[in-house]
Design a protein around this ligand. Structure first.
Ligand code: ADP
Ligand code: ZN
Length: 525
């Protein structure tokens, strides 16, 4: 008897060519697909636009059975399935908006082995009847899209995702592929633990987008700032992210008054009005969209040349995702953040209203990291990438700081004092407490933990609290330290931090200055 041949990379390549029209896999896609075809649990951490879909869709096509794709956004799901079907791929979706008759026919297609990809919402997947239905058909694998939704430390936690652990219990033989564009340490760990992944292969692709230039401008008079900005780019499509619906509408109105083709987009509009605006932007009938963060999920417009943030975003994850909508074609694009301290205060108020104190604290810390990015004096790309656990070996040359560097000094000794305080508190103290230790403050927290006995106590008493806070922020931004949110926000040393502490590497610091009202604007192009 002849066994069917196990699917190979060759057959995958043929499918890629036939159904997607691409000649080759991107380097990481190839490794990922090999892992999946080998039946391994697989974690894929890749920025938006990296090409995650192909990673599970192509293996799904060459394997027996149906790949069940879990996706959190019903609207997105429908679009994806339509796009697949348009390319001749046997795909369907089941969610609350799909009627019983259609569900039955999808069920029959699965049983007949005629369906390759079945998209479901987590609620649907976990419902009693659905799991037993899946037991009666052949499931090739589970693909968990937007897998970061499983982590309560992430920026997009969805409680129903935590129930996905039943997949491993009920389908121990079926491989699980988890995919996300978020890659911070905690999220990675949560994904693996909560999905009960079995010795997964983890693929972390670089989150760097070198063609995206990063810029921060002072937030005073931002409306005129934006108008002048777009005047210099009369044909380039771009997005302005605003905090409130009202701001979107007002700004779009002002831009229209000035003769720009601008529209607005937010969650308060009807579905119809939203998809209309979106279409107009995709067709370049509108040059500018003023939008809340509701805009952009799943929008594949590759020639967005600039992304402006009218307000400070709430956290770096969200910011990174939003600016990532610029320059997806690889050509130069600009991100410009308008920053004023007032935004921090406003966001902090919003965040601390959260009823869950744990969440309020977490989001406050994330906001502080965002603030540090905006106030930074070192390469902004380093800061972003350090946040995602990635280290750049040199400054990027494509951010406002690199182009207009502030004055720095050899801060190795100061850095060593701070790093040593972190090490000697056995990496269990949060930032303010470390500053207290350096300053030699005998407050309750310090004495209670016995930190007044350690060698670094008072080693930085000649400086002020604000100095130390600034230096510690710089060390975080440069990737020498990181914050363990789950351990009382303790500061911990990275490999780079240990190197500086041991004197194997020097560290530049920027002199701390009381924040000036306006900073030098980046040079125009
Ligand atoms: P993600 O889900 O990671 O955001 P997508 O799967 O939407 O990314 O892919 C981003 C873009 O890259 C899409 O336009 C897709 O068609 C394209 N793409 C993916 N894989 C390849 C490939 N191997 N060769 C060329 N283009 C690709
Ligand atoms: Zn830089």
């Amino acid at each position: 008897a002849t066994e069917p041949l196990a699917p190979t990379l060759d057959s995958a390549r043929r499918v890629l060519k036939q159904y997607y029209g691409y000649d080759s896999f991107r380097p990481m896609q190839q490794d990922i697909i090999q892992s999946i075809l080998g039946g391994r649990d697989t974690v894929v951490l890749m920025p938006t636009g990296g090409g995650k879909s192909v990673c599970f869709q192509v293996p799904a096509m060459v394997q027996e059975g149906v790949c069940v794709v879990v996706s959190p956004l019903i609207a997105l799901m429908k679009d994806q399935v339509e796009a697949l079907k348009a390319n001749g791929i046997a795909a369907a979706c089941i969610n609350s908006s799909v009627g019983q008759a259609e569900q039955n026919s999808i069920g029959r297609a699965c049983q007949a082995g005629a369906l390759k990809l079945l998209y479901v919402s987590p609620e649907k997947l976990l419902s009693e009847g659905f799991l037993s239905f899946l037991k009666r058909i052949q499931v090739s694998m589970f693909a968990i899209d937007e897998a970061h939704c499983i982590s309560s430390w992430g920026h997009d936690f969805r409680p129903e995702y935590t129930q996905l652990r039943v997949l491993r219990e009920q389908f121990p033989e079926v491989p699980i592929i988890a995919l996300t564009a978020t890659a911070d340490r905690l999220t990675q760990r949560d994904i693996q633990q909560q999905l009960r992944l079995n010795d997964p292969q983890v693929f972390l692709s670089s989150f760097d987008r070198p063609n995206l230039s990063l810029n921060v401008r002072p937030g005073q008079d931002r409306v005129n700032g934006i108008i002048n900005y777009v005047k210099q780019r009369p044909t380039e499509p771009g997005i302005v992210y605003c905090l409130s619906r009202k701001q979107c509408e007002t700004l779009a109105g002002k831009l229209k008054e000035k003769g720009f083709r601008a529209g607005f987009y937010h969650a308060g509009m009807t579905d119809r009005a939203r998809s209309e605006v979106q279409e107009q932007f995709l067709r370049d009938d509108l040059q500018i969209i003023c939008a809340t963060v509701a805009f952009g999920m799943g929008i594949d417009k590759s020639n967005v040349r600039w992304v402006i943030h009218y307000n400070l975003p709430k956290n770096i994850e969200g910011y990174y995702q939003e600016i990532g909508r610029g320059g997806r074609d690889g050509a130069p694009a600009e991100a410009v953040l308008f920053y004023s301290y007032a935004d921090v205060a406003q966001l902090r108020d919003m965040i601390t209203k959260d009823a869950d104190p744990r969440l309020a604290q977490l989001n406050t810390t994330k906001l502080e990291r965002m603030q540090q990015f905006a106030e930074a004096a070192s390469c902004r790309r380093r800061i972003l990438l350090a946040y995602f656990g990635e280290v750049l070996d040199k400054d990027c040359g494509n951010c406002d700081i690199c182009r207009n560097p502030p004055v720095t000094f050899d801060g190795t000794e100061l850095a060593q004092k701070a790093l040593s305080a972190v090490a000697r508190t056995r990496e269990q103290a949060p930032l303010t407490l470390i500053a207290d230790v350096l300053l030699g403050r005998r407050n309750q927290a310090v004495i209670g933990r016995g930190y007044d006995q350690i060698k670094t106590f008072g080693a930085g008493a000649n400086l002020s609290f604000l100095d130390w806070q600034s230096y510690l922020h710089q060390l975080l931004n440069d990737g020498l330290l990181y914050i363990a949110y789950e351990q009382g926000y303790a500061l911990k040393l990275t490999d780079l931090g240990w190197q500086v502490l041991k004197g194997e590497r020097k560290q530049q610091l920027k002199q701390f200055q009381v924040p000036a009202k306006a900073e030098k604007a980046p040079k125009g192009r």
